[in-house]
Write a protein that binds this ligand. Structure first.
Ligand code: 13P
Length: 253
């Protein structure tokens, strides 16, 4: 059975002092759990967090990376730099990066390949706008994003990749996809992985839902068979909310 994976995405929030306070509070309150938990933090917080959370089982991730190992790319951070810090995960292709920072399907694919080469687990984000959904094209749009993202990945790399389905209309809007809408798309994505690879990859890959997930709706979303976790924005900024989401995840028999 797939492990439930709850990941917080802090986005551009938390100074070093705030990250330190969060890590201390999280360590003090962290319950015994069978689920996986990680926080995706700004670059500046990563050295502190990897040290503060070492040995706790709580993962630390970045929110972006460049696909080259080194070179004249002012302002960028490479996969090797993240690996040296002890970072385990990295978000790729978040809709905010696609919208505001010209991330494309091609750069998403290159980043996935570069992260796997460096031994960092990518969390690749896909999801449609409201316009696309209302036109009835959500599935074909997401299918295109998935096919492009996984181009050239081996079955082993694909199975180790986390997919986050984040409908753009549900991000930061308070408007969550219904558990049925989220399950429909996550199931569709799993079916796609079977088509692109095989049943083993499809069964193994972790598919998260993201978009206004919070303690009050997490239980219903995470109870769905194809939703294996959440990528949490706003509600990941408070330890109590993040842990309430973790506790809302169904226990696995
Ligand atoms: P919210 O949970 O704030 O809607 O953000 C979701 C998200 O974009 C996580 O990556």
């Amino acid at each position: 059975m797939r492990q439930i994976f709850i990941a917080g995405n802090w986005k551009m929030n938390k100074t070093l002092a705030e990250a330190k306070a969060f890590a201390e509070e999280l360590k003090a309150k962290m319950p015994e759990t069978e689920h996986a938990l990680a926080v995706m933090a700004p670059f500046t917080d990563l050295p502190l967090l990897t040290v503060a959370l070492a040995g706790t089982g709580i993962g630390v991730g970045a929110q972006n990376v460049h696909f080259e190992e080194s070179g004249a790319y002012t302002g960028e951070i490479s996969p090797l730099m993240l690996r040296e810090l002890g970072v385990s995960y990295c978000i790729v292709g978040h809709s905010e990066r696609r919208t505001y920072f010209a991330e494309t399907d091609d750069t998403v694919n290159r980043k996935l390949l570069a992260l796997h080469a460096a031994g960092i687990r990518p969390i690749v984000c896909v999801g449609e706008s409201l316009e696309i959904r209302e036109a009835g094209n959500a599935m074909s749009f997401v299918a295109g994003q998935i096919a492009a993202a996984f181009e050239g990945l081996t079955p082993e790399q694909a199975a180790e990749t986390v997919i986050a389905y984040e409908p753009i209309w549900a991000i930061g809007t308070g408007k969550t996809a219904t558990p049925e809408q989220a399950e429909e798309m996550c199931g569709f994505i799993r079916g796609m992985m079977e088509g692109l690879y095989d049943e083993v990859v499809a069964e193994k890959i972790i598919i998260q839902y993201g978009g206004s997930m919070k303690p009050s709706n997490a239980g219903d979303l995470l109870a769905k068979p194809n939703i294996d976790g959440g990528l949490i924005g706003g509600a990941s900024l408070k330890v109590d909310d993040l842990l309430a989401i973790l506790e809302a995840a169904p226990k696995q028999a």
